[in-house]
Design a protein around this ligand. Structure first.
Ligand code: FMN
Length: 273
C-alpha cells in the first residue's frame, strides 16, 4: 500500500463501537514483531471532526505507540472534508479512508456512505476533494452494487475513484440491501482486482486463518480485512502470521518479556510507553 509500511496480509475493519483504541491495542498484541498492517477508526463524521477534541472523544483516542492509523470519514462537503483531513493528519493518520459502504439511515439522510455509490460522478468528486488537500493516501471502502445493476458498474465506479486519486479501495462484496447478512461474493473482489490498477482490500466472510489464505488465493487481493472475527478472536493475527512463517506467539511473548525486563516495566505499561 503506497505510503505505508504494510507487510502483513490481514487488517482490522472499521466498526462503529468496536474499532477503538482498546480493541486495536489488544489485537496489536497478537501481531508478529516486525509486521505492519493498517489500523482503522470507526467511521467519523467530517461535519463534527473539526470541532472535536480528539484526545477526549473515545472514537479518536489513540495509544502513543499506535502507527499506520487509517481513520475513516463520512463526508461529501469540501470544507468539512478538508478541515477533517488536516486535523487527522496532524493526529497521525497515514491514510484517510472514505466510507462509501454504510447503509444506515443516518448516513443516507446526509448522502454519505453507500448513498455515494448512487452517483459515480459525485463520488469521484468527493475523492478529488480529499486528495486535493491530503498529504497522505486517500482510500475508499465500498460495497457490491445493488442487484440488477449493470455488471460493469462497480468497475467503472472504481475506475472513476482511481482517476480522482484514490490510492486503494476496499470491497465488502455484499449489497446495501444485504447489509451484513448472506454470503460475501468474493468473485467480485477477484474481478475488481483484475480490472483496476490500484490495490484492492478484500472484506467479508473471514472467520478463520484458513479463510484469510483462501481469500488471498482466490481473489489476489493485496490485503484481507476482517471485522467481527478479529474482534472476537484477536489471535487470528498470530494464527495467520504463524502459517506464513512469522515468529510464533511464544516467540513474541518471550521477546516482549525481554524488552520489558530491559526497560524495567510491567507488561501492562508496554503499550503506553
Ligand atoms: C458493529 C459493526 C459496525 C460497523 N461499522 C462500520 C464502519 O464504521 N465503517 C465501515 O466502513 N464499515 C462498518 N462495518 C462493516 C465492517 O467494516 C465490515 O465491512 C463487515 O462487518 C463485514 O466484515 P466482517 O464479516 O469481517 O465483519 C461495521 C460492521 C459491524 C459489525
Amino acid at each position: 500500500m503506497q505510503g505505508t509500511r504494510v507487510n502483513f496480509p490481514l487488517c482490522l475493519a472499521p466498526m462503529v463501537g468496536l474499532s477503538h483504541v482498546a480493541l486495536r491495542l489488544i489485537i496489536r498484541e497478537y501481531m508478529p514483531p516486525g509486521a505492519f498492517t493498517l489500523w482503522p477508526t470507526e467511521m467519523l463524521n467530517s461535519r463534527k471532526l473539526p470541532y472535536e477534541d480528539f484526545a477526549k472523544v473515545p472514537e479518536t483516542m489513540k495509544g502513543p505507540c499506535e502507527t499506520e492509523l487509517v481513520p475513516q470519514i463520512l463526508g461529501n462537503e469540501a470544507g468539512a472534508i478538508a478541515a477533517s483531513i488536516r486535523k487527522l493528519e496532524d493526529w497521525g493518520a497515514v491514510a484517510i479512508d472514505i466510507n462509501m459502504g454504510c447503509p444506515v439511515q443516518k448516513a443516507l439522510r446526509h448522502n454519505y456512505g453507500v448513498a455515494l455509490m448512487g452517483d459515480s460522478t459525485y463520488a469521484a468528486e468527493v475523492v478529488a476533494m480529499a486528495t486535493k488537500v491530503a498529504r497522505v493516501p486517500v482510500s475508499v471502502k465500498l460495497r457490491a452494487a445493488e442487484r440488477g445493476t449493470n455488471p460493469d458498474f462497480l468497475f467503472q465506479f472504481v475506475r472513476g475513484l482511481q482517476e480522482a486519486g484514490a490510492a486503494w479501495v476496499c470491497l465488502h462484496p455484499r449489497t446495501a440491501e444485504q447489509k451484513r447478512r448472506g454470503n460475501a461474493d468474493w468473485s467480485q473482489i477477484r474481478q475488481l482486482r483484475d480490472t483496476v490498477d490500484i490495490p484492492v482490500i478484500g472484506n467479508g466472510d473471514i472467520q478463520t486463518a484458513e479463510d484469510v489464505h483462501q481469500m488471498r488465493a482466490q481473489t489476489g487481493c493485496e490485503l484481507v480485512m476482517a471485522g467481527r472475527a478479529l474482534a472476537a478472536r484477536p489471535w487470528l493475527m498470530w494464527q495467520v502470521g504463524e502459517d506464513l512463517g512469522w515468529p510464533s506467539p511464544r516467540d513474541l511473548e518471550v521477546l516482549l518479556r525481554e524488552r520489558l525486563r530491559k526497560k524495567g516495566l510491567p507488561m501492562a505499561e508496554f503499550f503506553f510507553v
